[in-house]
Each structure stands twice: as C-alpha cells, then as structure tokens.
Design a protein around this ligand. Structure first.
Ligand code: NAD
Length: 462
C-alpha cells in the first residue's frame, strides 16, 4: 500500500499538525519503504475531540446495528487480506505464509467474534430489585505494539466498538502502514465519522499525549512492562480506567510422563514463530533431570531446522538487544547448542534461532523477556521444583504443560501463576480471555471477557 500523509480523524484523512515524519523500514533488507506523519499532542487532541463528539450517537446506536458495522469491517479485512499480509511482511518482516495465516487470518476471526457478540450480548441484567445496565466507558485511547500489528489493533478496537465506545488509536512506530490499512477498512465498512480515529506517531510524544488526555476515559495499552507501568501511573493519577497487556517469560513444563519429542518440537516452534516476538512465547522449557540431555538434543535439532526459514526481528535496536541477551547467556555460563549471537546475514535484522542448555532459573536469560528466537532449557528435579521455577519470574502471561493425560497436566496448570496455559498442545482460542497475572498486566482481551473491559455498570433499584 501507499502510505497516507495525514491522520484519520473524524471520518477523513486530515493533514498532520506538524511536519515531522517517521520512516518505515523493511527489516528484511533495511530499506526505507515509506514515511508516515509523526503526530503531536495537537493531532491527538483533534482526534480525541472527534471521538468525544461521536460518542453520544454511537453509544446509543442499537447493538444490532453496531454488530452489523463490525461485521462489515470484518468483511473489509477479508477483502483486503492479501494486502494486509503483504504490508505486515513489508514492515514487520515476517515470512508471507505466516503473515497470511496469522497476521491477516486471526484478526478476521476476532473481528467476526465481536460482530457476533455485539449482536447477542445482554447489555442488561436483573439482580434482585435492581436492573443493571452495562454501558460503554466512553472514549478509548488504544496504544499498540508492532509484534502482531493488526491483531493488537483489532483486539482493542472491535470490543470497544461492540461496547459502544469510540476510539483513538496510536499504533507502534515500526508498523504504521498496517494501522492505516485498518483505518481504510473501517472507513469503507461505514463506521461513522469519529467513532474510530488514527494518529501515527512516537510513543513518548503522541502515545503519552493520548494516555494523558483528559478527554480519554480508558487507556488500553499493549507493550512493554516498563512503558505499561508509566501508563498505569498516569491513568491512576487521573482516576481513568486502564487495561495493560505487558511482557511475558512463559514456561513450557514437560512433565516426566509426557511425549518428549512432541513437547520439545511444538515448544521450539512456538518460540521461533514470528521470530520469537510473541509476548506469550514459551521461552523457558522445563525438563526433568532424567530426560534433560535427550530434550537438549531434540531442541537443538528442531531449532537448526528453522535455519533460514525464520524472518528478521523488527529493527536494528531489537536485533542488538536480542544478540546482547545471547552474549549475556554465554557470559553467565549457559551453553549454546543451536544458533548463537552472530548475525546470520550481512543485510537485514536477522538473529539465529538459538537454544541454550544448562540454564539455571536465576540467569538473566531465564528471567528477562528477550523477545527474539531464543529458548532456554532448564532442568528440574521434581514437580514442586518445576512449579517453583515456572512461577519464579515477575511475569505470568502464558505457559504450557505436557503430560501423559490431560488431568495430570491440568492439576499442574492450576498451580501456575499465569493467565493462560495450553494443555498438551491445545490450540489458540480467539474467544478465550487473554491477559496476565503479576507484572504481565491488568485486564483481559478477546471474547466476552474482553468486551467487559469496555463496559461500566449502572444499577437502577425499583
Ligand atoms: P513498547 O512498550 O516500547 O511500545 C508499545 C507502544 O507504546 C507503541 O505504540 C509505542 O509507541 C508506545 N509507547 C512507547 N512509549 C510510550 C509512552 N511513554 N507513552 C505512551 N505510549 C508509549 O513495546 P514494543 O517494543 O512496541 O512491544 C514489545 C512489548 O510488548 C514486549 O514487552 C511484549 O511482551 C509486549 N506485548 C505484550 C502483549 C500482551 O498481550 N501481553 C502482546 C504483545 C506485545
């Protein structure tokens, strides 16, 4: 697609208030592919005003009509799915088949699920002598990261619109073209002017202005824990609602009774997909002492198979960061059994699929989020030890448990401090609540739980 040189505000593309731009770079070849305007507080203010103006009519539009418009938005995403996949590949670098299946495919499912929910959800309930109305919170400031550019946008915009909220979106600076495509889709779908607005720009400028704006009632943020803490503090000081989807360091717990080869192969694939840039990736593989060496061999072989099939990471800074973590792992005594810190190609922000053995739970690579294609294999002695290691980080976003039968895995999963666990390779459910325990966040996205984030209650007593 060709980038717009303005902001989508009040149903039209308008010139940006300032003249600064952000370069969009293809991480596979380091070439500048386009430029988008770098929004300022003035652009944010115009967008928030448009969203406020649109709120009274949209919040009182019958849910069935909102559902039909969200359904039309989904249809627009379907019609543009090839363009979406190509755009994500160009600005994020993910291989085209993955962009088609996941980056374009999953948001279509999520948008469809909210079209259905808006049509069927009961925005009213009876409790004794009270009628409780579930009303939209108001204007939403949505701030999204680059790792799943369209998914993160749809995860916020679709439930917000279903609830009757209006939205100002500030997408990540690395992937603004996908956000502009989404704005085009919303426009073509007939979403009324001002209900959805887009301001591209830098986090500390446009993002911060949006989080601080007094016309915003709810800030929904997905990104790093460091920025999330700042946004939580800002929102708390203004007594604003806030939803935070933050980092992770999830454990893939392979119990002694599990099918080891399957658990290791699926576990390595989970981390390597999207070049390791998945907040819920199972970056710590926990294996019992008796089968540790076998697991290491299997994981090294699985990672080696990825070789050149893996895409780059998003930018030069992330590449340097991930390579720095690999060097740190070596310094702290972990053993590289696949990959390593050296860049595999001269051009592009590539990182080798890397597996570390002999990782101990307190090492930096076992504690901090790397956000790259790096798996750490950690040895445990018994189930209690495995649980202590699994729960032994500040994060609690996701995880996996493998055992000979589901009941054994479920019993372990119930003791994990984490928001979602895949049992024996259970598949992604776009309607299940997604969000973190501990420092992985506050609030949930997806399905009915994701919808309630955008609703507030009013009870009338009779
Ligand atoms: P980031 O925190 O740097 O940026 C996320 C967004 O916040 C971007 O749009 C950015 O421009 C904006 N931002 C940056 N500084 C800001 C500020 N001071 N005020 C307001 N907005 C600001 O994160 P990132 O590097 O883009 O994304 C990677 C991180 O996101 C990882 O830590 C990952 O785990 C996390 N993540 C979490 C989830 C989840 O659902 N829990 C999903 C995807 C990514």
């Amino acid at each position: 697609m060709k980038a717009h040189d303005g902001m989508y505000i009040g149903g039209a593309w308008r010139p940006a208030a300032g003249t600064d731009t952000i370069e969009v770079v293809n991480p596979a070849d380091e070439q500048v592919i386009d430029r988008v305007p770098a929004g300022t507080a003035q652009d944010v203010d115009a967008a928030v005003r448009a969203a406020r103006d649109a709120f009274p009519a949209w919040s009182t539009t019958p849910p069935a009509e909102r559902a039909a418009l969200i359904g039309a938005l989904r249809d627009q995403l379907v019609a543009r799915k090839d363009e979406i996949a190509e755009t994500v590949t160009a600005e994020l670098g993910s291989p085209l088949p993955f962009s088609q299946m996941v980056h374009a495919g999953v948001p279509i499912l999520v948008a469809g699920s909210y079209a259905d929910l808006a049509a069927t959800y009961s925005f009213e309930e009876k409790i004794g002598n009270s009628t409780v109305y579930l009303e939209p919170v108001g204007v939403v400031g949505a701030i999204t990261p680059w790792n799943y550019p369209l998914h993160q946008i749809v995860n916020k915009v679709a439930p917000a619109l279903a609830a009757g909220c209006t939205v100002v979106l500030k997408p990540a600076e690395d992937t603004p073209l996908t956000a502009q495509l989404f704005a085009e889709a919303a426009h073509e779908a007939g979403i009324p002017a001002g209900v959805f607005n887009l301001v591209t720009g830098l986090g500390p400028v446009a993002g911060q202005a949006l989080a601080e704006h007094e016309g915003v009632d709810l800030v929904s943020f997905t990104g790093s824990t460091a920025v999330g803490k700042q946004i939580g503090a800002t929102a708390g000081a203004a007594v604003k609602r806030v939803a935070l989807e933050l980092g992770g360091k999830s454990a893939n717990v392979i119990l002694p009774s599990a099918d080891l080869a399957k658990a290791v192969n699926v576990g390595v694939a989970n981390v390597m997909s999207n070049s390791g840039q998945t907040c819920s990736a199972w970056t710590r593989m926990l294996v019992d002492s008796a089968r540790y060496d076998e697991a290491v061999e299997l994981a090294a072989a699985a990672a080696a198979k990825y070789g050149s099939r893996i895409g780059p990471v998003v930018n030069a800074k992330q590449q340097a960061r991930v390579r720095g973590y690999i060097e740190k792992g070596v310094e702290e005594g972990a053993r590289v059994v696949a990959g390593g810190a050296e860049a595999p190609h001269e051009q592009g922000y590539f990182v080798q699929p890397t597996v570390f053995a002999d990782v101990t739970p307190e090492m930096t690579i076992a504690q901090e989020e790397i956000f790259g294609p790096v798996v750490s294999i950690i040895r445990y002695e018994d189930e209690d030890d495995a649980l202590r290691i699994a729960n032994g980080t500040v994060y609690g976003l996701a995880g996996a448990v493998w055992a000979a039968d589901d009941a054994e895995a479920v019993a372990f999963a119930r003791r994990m401090d984490t928001g979602q666990v895949d049992i024996n390779g259970g598949s992604f459910n776009p309607q299940a609540p997604f969000g973190g325990y501990k420092q992985s966040g506050v609030g949930r996205e997806l399905g009915p739980h994701g919808l309630t984030e955008y609703l507030q209650t009013k009870s009338l007593q009779f």
